[in-house]
Ligand binder design. Structure first.
Ligand code: ZN
Length: 406
């Protein structure tokens, strides 16, 4: 049975960059190794959720693994908290949080507090805080991120976000999204907690020091993505494959954990553009001794797209290309390279544009695609697929698909 490598280059797809002669960062990058995979593989384009739908990273990954996000997605919070090893209990409401910067009028100045890289002091200070009988468990994630679990009686995940997701506008008051008293109560308690945190940290020595050296203060916990732990069949139960995940950022480890995959930690995997991608690929190849399916998540391209940095995105893609070189030499393997969504630099956000996909392996039918890129893959034999098609295609190429009929 072939071993499967699913390499997800987050936010890889892009739109034409005038400075690159209307090529995308992927098309402009020198990618001899990704091109080799495309030449020896079958290529196409993919809408991870559906045509015209802007995928979140969480819902896109559920779809890639064959879990319909319309059925299984309750919010991003549970994946974030699972990804940073927080222990979740039934009834817990899980939230993802950015440390952000607001001014004295609670207008958002920066959603990531100048990409602060350590939120541990904030987590330590507020972990265990109780507001109106609800306990707040707080833990630091990567970079500017935190996870929060609200634990107590009568909570609901049907609450809105505190994060307006744009700059220069006032913070949003969290509100109940349905008429239930649980939703109203949860929103009220969360608002109280967030304001308490703000009052206690705005003039904190740590923040005074940040301002002194020209950095933005980290003074507000932008909480969003409330959800309860989803109940779903494990990846093993669904496909009979032993799966492992190699990722830097918490969200992807969290998705993998919730699906029952084993998370393999790799030193130097940061979930940021400085991540040691080559070490992740090496570890993935080693992991085939124990696992059938290895999911490798690579985050940097998405971050650089969100920063509106096409040069940086192109350079990062070239780094990924160097790292994946060993994959084209493997026997008895299927190597899938794709993305969860496009993050065009011009948009600084996810778009509904399709993403390129290549499946490389001895058993796949060749096509005439010579390069791995948005326009090259669009000419491939795989055509235009949705994320939900990916696992059935992989399972069939592995020779494991059940016949429909007789
Ligand atoms: Zn993503």
């Amino acid at each position: 049975m072939d071993k499967v490598f699913l390499i997800v280059i987050d936010g890889l797809g892009d739109r034409p960059i005038p400075a690159f002669g209307r090529k995308t960062p992927l098309e402009a990058a020198k990618t001899p190794n990704l091109d080799k995979l495309a030449r020896g593989g079958i290529s196409g384009v993919m809408h991870t959720i559906d045509i015209g739908v802007r995928p979140g990273s969480d819902t896109a990954h559920l779809a890639l693994f064959g879990y319909d996000p319309k059925t299984y997605y309750t919010g991003r919070g549970p994946f974030e908290v699972a990804g940073i090893n927080m222990e979740v209990r039934p009834g817990d409401v899980c939230l993802r949080v950015n440390m952000g910067t607001v001014d004295d009028n609670l207008v958002v100045v920066d959603r990531r507090a100048g990409r602060i890289d350590d939120t541990n002091p904030f987590a330590k200070k507020f972990n265990g805080t109780v507001v109106d009988g609800v306990k707040f468990l707080v833990k630091a994630g990567t970079g500017h991120r935190l996870g929060i679990i609200m634990r107590g009686k009568g909570l609901s995940s049907q609450i809105s976000s505190a994060d307006p997701k744009e700059l220069g506008v006032k913070l949003k008051t969290v509100e109940g999204l349905d008429a239930s008293k649980e939703a109203k109560f949860t929103a009220r308690v969360l608002n109280k907690f967030l304001l308490k945190v703000y009052k206690e940290i705005k003039d904190w020595p740590l923040n005074k020091q940040r301002v002194k050296v020209g950095k933005l203060p980290a003074n507000f916990m932008l909480a969003r993505g409330a959800g309860v732990y989803p109940e779903l069949p494990s990846f093993f139960d669904k496909y009979g494959l032993k799966a492992a995940c190699i990722a830097g950022a918490g969200l992807y480890k969290g998705v993998a954990k919730i699906l029952g995959m084993e998370v393999i930690d790799v030193p130097g995997a940061t979930g940021k553009p400085d991540s040691d991608v080559a070490a992740k690929i090496k570890k993935a190849i080693k992991a085939t001794h124990k696992f059938d399916f290895i999911f490798v998540h690579i985050k940097g391209a998405d971050t650089l797209g969100e920063d509106g940095n096409p040069e940086g995105k192109k350079a990062f893609i070239e780094k990924v290309d160097q790292a994946v070189a060993p994959l084209s030499k493997l026997k008895k393997s299927l190597v899938v390279v794709t993305a969860d969504h496009s993050t065009p630099c011009a948009l600084k956000n996810h778009s509904a544009d399709d993403v390129p996909i290549t499946i490389f392996g001895e058993s796949v039918r060749d096509d005439d695609v010579e390069a791995f890129g948005e326009r090259a893959c669009a000419k491939g034999r795989l055509g235009r697929i949705r994320g939900e098609h990916l696992m059935p295609i992989i399972i069939d190429l592995m020779g494991l698909a059940q016949m429909f009929g007789a």
